[in-house]
Design a binder for this molecule. Structure first.
Ligand SMILES: *Cc1c(COP(=O)(O)O)cnc(C)c1O
Length: 398
């Protein structure tokens, strides 16, 4: 952003009230700054909300996804089918274990994993031999191990196509990990996200639907996995271990009680928070329908409820997204391209040798998408301002 133009509207803005501030202060008056009662309460609130048997609080969404990868038994060289159109964390957790991401291109409408390609990839990899090659990266996968799992992402708050992805996973004995870090409260065929696979993860960075500052939550109905994850998040302490006993090698992925207290109040307001975000999205959609060249996000019939995370519009082919973005920023409207494809991130290219053109749908979406300022705290006048500036930029370029 240019130094002399302060943004007219923040890119994102957490919705924090006196109640959140009081709850955090209350924890600071107790001796339980970590592993106290707020963690249990926060875990319970999410478990009840999504209908999960187990909820495990962790200190980031990434930490949660990493524990899912561990629980799924993914090891060095194993193959994991995933999407290149996501925030990098969904692929990074596979790399943490030196496993190999098998990228599959996405659906052009939703930006979520294309279920047909997932099925094809699984079949080809099962066939073995030369059929496997075309799904693997150019290098870094010379000795591929077993195909172990599918890691799907609910992009921008819209659930992936779980009927079909889950069927493929079940038919072939694969674990399914749901990265629901962008979709708390979203519904696929009237069922909330988080539990479509073996384990799901929510994230609470300040731009997410609810925030704890940093934080994440794993949900699962698998009691064994839940026990393993609880041990792994706390230095490998198994149930019954005392503070200095460590049955297995683990991490410190614990959330603290101040953050959990913040999360509890945010969860008590979840319906209000989601409704406000929906209202802002509606204001945007209304105005975008009258702007030539830019399209509002599109939802499938299976998405019975979207949970708006970011608001990403698409420019028509031929329009220079980057020039429009630069102009908007100049005018004080913060915007962000979403996403730079994962397979083209510099460190991924170094590791695996991907090239532009490898995942055309992902690259297309990455070229034409732009996230507008978005939060439940935006008012209608701010949406007007953003859309007015957008209209001016499009006109001056047209
Ligand atoms: C936010 C997010 C995460 C987790 O992010 P953290 O910053 O580690 O909490 C993971 N995957 C996706 C797709 C996300 O958007």
């Amino acid at each position: 952003m240019s130094k002399n133009t302060p943004p007219l509207v923040p890119m994102s803005n957490p919705d924090i009230t006196e109640a959140e501030r009081d709850a955090v202060m209350e924890v600071l008056r107790t001796p339980h700054l970590s592993m106290g009662p707020q963690i249990d309460a926060f875990e319970k609130s999410i478990a009840v909300y999504v209908g999960a048997d187990h909820a495990i609080a962790v200190n980031s969404g990434t930490a949660g996804l990493h524990l899912c990868v561990r629980a799924a038994g993914i090891e060095t060289g194993d193959l994991v089918i995933t999407t290149p159109f996501s925030f990098v964390a969904s692929t990074n957790v596979i790399l943490f274990e030196k496993a190999i991401p098998v990228f599959v291109d996405v659906d052009p409408q939703t930006g979520n994993l294309n279920p047909e390609l997932v099925e094809q990839a699984v079949r080809d990899i099962e066939k073995g031999g030369s059929a496997v090659r075309k799904w693997l990266p150019r290098r870094g996968a010379e000795n591929p191990g077993k195909l172990k799992a599918i890691l799907a992402v609910d992009v921008f708050g819209q659930p992936a196509d779980y009927d079909r992805i889950k069927k493929t996973a079940d038919d072939h004995g694969l674990k399914l990990i749901e990265d629901s870090c962008e979709s708390l409260g979203a519904e696929y065929k009237s069922r909330k996200t988080g539990l479509f696979g073996d384990y799901g993860v929510f994230a609470f960075y300040p731009n997410k639907q609810i925030t704890t500052g940093e934080g994440g939550m794993i949900v699962t109905n698998d009691a064994n996995a839940a026990g393993f994850m609880r041990a792994m998040r706390s230095q490998g302490r198994a149930p019954g271990d005392n503070w200095l006993q460590h049955t297995i090698l683990g991490y410190n992925y614990r959330l603290d009680d101040m953050s959990a207290a913040l999360g509890c109040v945010q969860m008590s307001r979840i319906e209000e928070l989601l409704t406000k975000r929906q209202q802002v999205a509606d204001w945007y959609a209304e105005r975008l329908s009258e702007i030539q060249g830019a399209e509002a996000p599109s939802l499938t019939p299976e998405t019975t409820r979207v949970s708006w995370f970011v608001y990403v519009i698409r420019f028509n082919p031929g329009l220079d997204r980057d020039r429009i973005a630069a102009k908007l920023i100049e005018k004080g409207i913060p915007v962000r391209p979403y996403f730079l494809p994962i397979h083209l991130q510099p460190y991924i290219v170094d590791l695996f040798g991907f090239k532009a053109g490898d995942y055309p749908v992902t690259e297309d979406l990455g070229q034409c998408g732009l996230a507008l300022p978005f939060s439940g705290k935006m008012n209608e006048a701010q949406v007007d301002t953003v859309c007015q500036m957008l209209r001016e930029c499009l006109t001056s370029l047209g």
